[in-house]
Design a protein around this ligand. Structure first.
Ligand SMILES: NC(=O)c1ccc[n+]([C@@H]2O[C@H](COP(=O)([O-])OP(=O)(O)OC[C@H]3O[C@@H](n4cnc5c(N)ncnc54)[C@H](OP(=O)(O)O)[C@@H]3O)[C@@H](O)[C@H]2O)c1
Length: 391
């Protein structure tokens, strides 16, 4: 079986980006070719240069003009671009049919929209863009023939469990959550936890932002919002359950009471491969889950009161407009303040709630219908507010 696809990988140096390149190598080893036309990273780094040396893409993008100039001087045969315009250039390349978007943060939204507007396929790890710009993304999808597939183990599990059944047969989508590093930490002890502890995810190895988002459950709220948008189902039909071992990546309960779950190793490459080759299942040499050796599967209730940020993010989703853009930007700032030891861990959730309250008073009343400009304005406003919050 061979099919050639021309791809760009945004965020190629990150956790998802490097695993995507690894999956592409494994597929190539069995005769499935992906031509990597472009790569992007935040900055010039040893990892990025070694990817460029190995893959020899025609285009690269980085965040700053200085880094782009250095790379251009050292790699005169390729075209180095920079900033958000650089990401857009990669998203719009004529001869590319698949864009993997694995950048972190709101910078991922515009390239997602741009690629979909040109009817390309987008393999989207950047869940922030689906949360913030969900309405705009839906609009583009409805008007054209672009295709959006989420690289998230939970969403991938839901695609697999749903199969070809209509969404009307679904009673509930049930997303699993490990509970993060503080599942067993008492609420009083949470104010003492350190960045090092928060960055130690019990089951997955990921970038810093998403790891802290797992500890606060902002990440799970983004996944719930993503599921609502991807599957076109009400929030009332999406639940979260704690499953500390992360073997079950998500479940569907159907209207007849039967449930389907997707299980597998804790390896994002299975979801990445599933999305790159969607809808085919392909045999590569990724590790399997040896259930015959014995495997306990435990579920526990998800106590929302322990994770107040979860409720705040969902409240923002229901308020609509630019509320999630404000929340996402504040989350980035509050996480970096926590990692710099300027605020405590519970202050991330407290800060998000205060930002959302302020957004409802200062921005929401006069906000026009959501568009890219309102999202960018709310993002900048929220970053400023979050930097100044005093706890
Ligand atoms: N990791 C997972 O298992 C996982 C699972 C599901 C979904 N996701 C989602 O996937 C996305 C990426 O997560 P990750 O864990 O791979 O993050 P990560 O390891 O922090 O990687 C982020 C990538 O984005 C690049 N980047 C950062 N700032 C940028 C900017 N301003 N412009 C362009 N590129 C920039 C980074 O480049 P540098 O290396 O140069 O900084 C890096 O390549 C996030 O939205 C996350 O929520 C991740």
């Amino acid at each position: 079986m061979t099919f050639a696809r021309r791809v760009v990988v945004l965020g190629s140096t990150g956790s998802i980006g490097t695993q995507t390149l690894d999956v592409i190598d494994r597929l190539r080893a069995i005769g499935i070719e992906f031509d990597i036309v472009g790569l992007s990273a935040g900055h010039d780094s040893v990892t990025f240069r070694s990817q460029i040396d190995r893959i020899q893409p025609r285009f690269i993008a980085v965040a700053t003009e200085d880094d782009a100039a250095k790379l251009q001087a050292d790699y005169p045969l390729l075209e180095a671009v920079w900033g958000s315009e650089g990401l857009l250039r990669l998203a719009r390349l004529d001869d590319v049919d698949l864009m993997v978007n694995a950048v972190v943060g709101s910078v991922g939204l515009e390239p997602t929209l741009a690629a979909l507007e040109l009817d390309k396929s987008v393999a989207l790890a950047n869940k922030e863009s689906l949360a913030i710009g969900g309405e705009l993304i839906q609009d583009v999808l409805q008007k054209g023939s672009g295709r959006l597939l989420s690289i998230d183990s939970e969403h991938h599990a839901l695609y697999r469990c749903l199969g070809d059944r209509p969404i009307g047969e679904v009673a509930r989508l049930i997303l699993t959550a490990s509970g993060g590093p503080f599942l067993r930490t008492s609420e009083t002890d949470l104010s003492q936890v350190t960045p090092e502890q928060a960055l130690k995810h019990p089951t997955w190895s990921m970038g810093k932002r998403i790891t802290i988002d797992c500890a606060t459950m902002v990440n799970k709220a983004f996944e719930v919002i993503g599921a609502q948008r991807l599957f076109g189902i009400d929030f009332e039909h999406i639940d979260v359950v704690i499953h500390p071992d992360s073997w079950v990546h998500s479940l569907i309960e159907f209207v007849d009471g039967s449930m389907l779950a997707e299980l597998g190793p804790r390896d994002m490459r299975i979801a990445i491969q599933g999305i790159l080759c969607h809808p085919q299942r392909i045999s590569t040499d990724l590790a399997r889950l040896p259930i015959e050796r014995g495997l306990r599967i435990d579920f526990e209730p998800f106590l929302q009161s322990k994770y107040p940020a979860f409720g705040t993010v969902l409240r923002a989703a229901k308020l609509g407009g630019s509320a999630l853009a404000a929340i996402n930007a504040a989350d980035e700032i509050l996480i970096s303040r926590f990692l710099n030891r300027a605020i405590s861990f519970p202050n991330i959730a407290a800060g998000l709630r205060r930002i959302l309250d302020r957004w409802s008073q200062a921005i929401q009343p006069d906000e026009p219908k959501v568009n890219l400009k309102t999202l960018v304005t709310a993002d900048a406003w929220s970053r400023d507010e979050a930097r100044q919050l005093v706890f």
